[in-house]
Design a protein around this ligand. Structure first.
Ligand code: PEP
Ligand code: MN
Length: 377
């Protein structure tokens, strides 16, 4: 069970419930703030006897107890029937308008990053990406510019007026990366790096959690649960393909995960067609498919000079393709607005998760500010 406190509960009243739970369960509960101002308190392992339920629900600041049937209580739709919106500056991820994160695979230098940032903005991106710490399969491949890369990324983002997203690979570097980045990315190879998840969760920064390339949906949601369990509600999932058997594509982009996650979790879901396919000619059609499947946005590798990229050149698109994707994305999103919010129940008539059937559509968010939209729209 998760305890939902009323929105008007004072901090002392929250402490009172936390104290009671700690007494009952012999350790402190997790506290997770909600966008509404309410709080969730969760004490894993506590058995809710009738007597305990009566004591907790007798407190006036308790709105209700939410029964949970999944191992990922805090990520579950049941605790949060409305979609979570993650705010990054003035951009809202999960608010109804698809968000585009674009930029090169790696930060390579000052001019490269600045040019890419301006091109991303002008093509219609809302956030800028660029890797400073690169998880490369070979130790001899370009490893990224490290801390210097973070500075260049932040400068380029500031010059273009775009918040920045970058990967962090080590717990000891979370504080440094959080100083420069608006969103911390946890890469596919690190989805189950539990010390890293804990450190990123504690940073309080929004975290973009990529799916491990061999991870099940449940493992992915449990990785998100690590972040939430540190009290960080600003979590974004990103489907980036799982390992298939056919070398024609780098990965198998699992777009069924998008509507499936909608039923399982309240967290926003992005799609990365770049790593998901590995081929630049597939990025536009798979971006369209991702938006049609209900993705909250896209993460795309883009450079004004794709062939010159030091990493992932094959999957890097140019600014004019990004512009076409941004335009298509808006048209597609408008076209699917009338679709029902939840997929129909499975054949056995059962939803795999509780509490999803009455989940309302997330309210449309107000249009993004003109300066973030760029002339490409
Ligand atoms: C990236 O986004 O640059 C990256 C390395 O992605 P992934 O972790 O999905 O491979
Ligand atoms: Mn890459």
């Amino acid at each position: 069970m998760v305890v939902l406190l009323r929105e008007d509960a004072a901090p002392e009243q929250r402490a009172e419930v936390a104290h009671l739970l700690a007494e009952l369960g012999a350790h402190d509960p997790i506290s997770l703030p909600q966008e509404s101002g309410a709080w969730l308190l969760y004490l894993p392992g506590l058995t809710y006897t009738d007597a305990i339920i009566a004591r907790i629900t007798a407190l006036p600041q308790v709105a209700r107890l939410i029964p949970i049937t999944t191992p990922y209580a805090l990520a579950s739709r049941a605790v949060h029937p409305d979609a979570t919106r993650v705010r990054v500056g003035s951009v809202v991820i999960g608010g109804g308008e698809p968000v585009i994160i674009a930029g090169p695979c790696s930060v390579e230098g000052e001019d490269q990053m600045r040019e890419a940032a301006l091109a991303a903005r002008d093509a219609g991106a809302h956030l800028l990406r660029g890797g400073a710490f690169k998880p490369r399969t070979s130790p001899y491949a370009f490893q990224g510019l490290g801390l210097r890369g973070l500075e260049l990324l932040a400068q380029a983002g500031a010059a273009a007026g775009l918040p920045v997203v970058t990967e962090v690979m080590e717990p000891s570097l979370v504080a440094d990366v959080a100083e420069f980045a608006d969103v911390l990315q946890i890469g596919s190879r690190n989805m189950q790096n539990f010390p890293l998840l804990r450190a990123a969760g504690r940073s309080g920064r929004p975290v973009l959690l990529k799916r491990g390339f061999a991870a099940t949906i449940d493992e992915w949601l449990l990785a998100a649960e690590y972040l939430l369990a540190e009290g960080n509600p600003h979590i974004i999932l990103c489907e980036r393909g799982i390992r298939g058997f056919d070398p024609q594509t780098r990965n198998l982009l699992d777009l069924a995960a998008v509507p499936l996650l909608r039923t399982l979790t309240h967290l926003p879901v992005l799609v990365d067609p770049s790593h998901g396919t590995g081929r630049r000619e597939l990025i536009l059609p798979m971006s369209a498919a991702a938006i049609a499947a209900g993705a909250d946005g896209l993460l795309i590798e883009m450079s004004p000079h794709p062939d010159a990229a030091l990493s992932d050149a094959d999957q890097t698109i140019d600014p004019s393709t990004l512009r076409a994707i941004a335009q298509l994305t808006r048209r597609l999103r408008a076209a699917i607005t009338d679709l029902p919010p939840d997929p129909l129940p499975g054949r056995d008539g059962e939803k795999r998760e509780c509490g999803t059937s009455s989940a309302p559509l997330p309210e449309a968010m107000p249009s993004l500010p003109e300066e973030l939209i760029g002339s490409g729209y």
